[in-house]
Design a protein around this ligand. Structure first.
Ligand code: HEM
Length: 407
């Protein structure tokens, strides 16, 4: 009998190492219905990529709001109205052509040339964060580096004063709370909604200021963006800004933490990267493939159709297991090997198709600077956390990771 994901979803063994389970599903039941999550679970590379690309059959509309409609009654939905309304708007919650229009207006801000201008800031943030721990020769990677870094970078992108960065950190953590499970509790959603409303109020005030006094930041760009007579509405800017904060924060935190853990578990690769920093570009792609944080992306099926020969009904909810696809032996030779020079490496860690990650260049930059600086300033890295406690919702990463080193 083939493996039932429902039987292992909550097990510590699945959180600690989901990849053998993914492999079994790919071999025996690559499009499996989960009763626990009330959705289809797709694990093979080919099918995951097709679903990501084919927005006519597999929609982003309702990918989050569908959660609320499926799990809550009318009174609960009324109480969550601001959360539902927010997740009906913005870049990641709409399909082409509406999506294409918004994305075009953001294109300039996220081109590699624009993002590379942030390199000095990223370096400065990494240096400051590491300098604070060099004396102790001990780092709790999540708290000391991987959590604060991306939020500082996004705050810089938005032109938010450094004094307000802690607010962004708190709101980001508060909002994502409800996304940790495909079936979040009502109270969790209410708490996320409070954080969301506070962040939206802050952004609204900042947008009003940028309207009269534009600056060199993404918020000003969105407020003033015009293309062929098109502009972004206030709701679209708010929706997209929150996606930028959430999309760029915990993803990067978890990738950086899991990468440091995997390097410590693979000393030969750690030495290889230290000895040859020119490997950094392919190494970052390999970390994305091997231990990319985004395990479960979502789509809603727009029509009765099939995936991998399995009938899927209109309105069904689909989880696309990006991390499983990235270890699919049909696509990657020796998929469980961490090969820092792997090429080609057509991983799906940033998604694929119209919604492919807008912040991919920024994430790559943060990874390269953080890892490069860590390896250059810290010798004899040693893992102190054992066993690892995993956070495993849509994203996966260690809850904390203590390392020691010599200067
Ligand atoms: C390791 C870091 C990151 C990972 C693994 C990641 C992953 C992803 C994935 C898988 C998607 C596609 C979602 C879908 O298809 O529904 C996505 C979209 C997106 N990401 Fe990222 N992301 C990362 C970092 C960032 C950063 C740093 C930013 C910006 C500050 C960002 C902003 C976005 C935005 C705005 C979208 C929506 C794009 C659209 O709908 O067109 N991400 N990301």
């Amino acid at each position: 009998m083939s493996l039932k994901l429902d039987d292992v979803i909550d097990s510590p063994a699945f959180a600690a190492d989901p990849f053998p389970y993914y492999r079994e599903l790919q071999a025996d039941d690559p499009v499996q219905w989960s009763r626990r999550w009330n959705c289809w679970v797709v694990t093979r590379y080919e099918e995951v990529r097709t679903c990501l690309q084919d927005f006519r059959r597999f929609s982003n509309v309702g990918r989050i709001t569908g959660l609320f409609h499926r799990h809550f009654d009318a009174a609960q939905l009324a109480a969550l109205q601001p959360l539902v309304a927010h997740y009906s708007q913005g870049l990641i919650n709409v399909d082409p052509p509406e999506h294409t229009r918004i994305r075009k207006l953001l294109h300039d801000a996220f081109r590699p040339a624009t993002i590379s201008r942030l390199a000095g800031h990223v370096r400065q943030f990494v240096d400051e964060l590491l300098a604070a721990r060099l004396g102790a020769q001990r780092l709790e990677v999540v708290h000391d580096l991987a959590h604060p870094l991306p939020v500082q970078v996004i705050a810089e992108l938005f032109g938010v004063p450094r004094a307000d960065v802690n607010l962004f950190t708190r709101w980001s953590a508060g909002i994502v709370e409800f996304m940790k499970s495909p079936q979040p509790a009502f109270e969790t959603c209410l708490r996320s909604q409070t954080s969301l409303l506070e962040l939206r109020a802050y952004l609204r005030a900042a947008m009003a200021e940028r309207r009269t006094r534009p600056r060199d930041d993404v918020l000003s760009l969105m407020v003033h963006a015009q293309s062929e007579g098109e502009a972004l509405t206030e709701e679209e800017i708010l929706g997209t800004s929150v996606t930028l904060l959430l999309g760029g924060h915990e993803t990067t935190t978890r990738l950086l933490t899991t990468t440091i853990l995997e390097l410590l578990r693979h000393p030969a690769q750690l030495d290889q990267l230290r000895a040859d920093p020119s490997l950094m570009e392919t190494a970052v792609e390999e970390f994305l493939r091997y231990c990319g944080p985004f395990h479960r992306d979502q789509r809603v099926c727009l029509t009765d159709t099939t995936i991998g020969g399995i009938a899927i009904a209109k309105g069904d909810y689909i989880l696309l297991m990006l991390a499983a696809a990235n270890r699919d032996p049909e696509q990657f030779a020796d998929p469980d090997a961490l090969d820092l020079a792997r090429k080609p490496n057509r991983h799906l860690a940033f998604g694929f198709g119209p919604h492919i990650c807008l912040g991919a260049h920024l994430a790559r930059l943060e990874m390269a600077v953080a890892l490069g600086t860590l390896l250059a300033s810290c010798r004899e890295l040693r893992l102190c956390s054992d066993p690892i406690a995993w956070d495993f919702g849509f994203l996966r990463g260690p809850r904390e990771l203590v390392i020691e080193f010599k200067r």
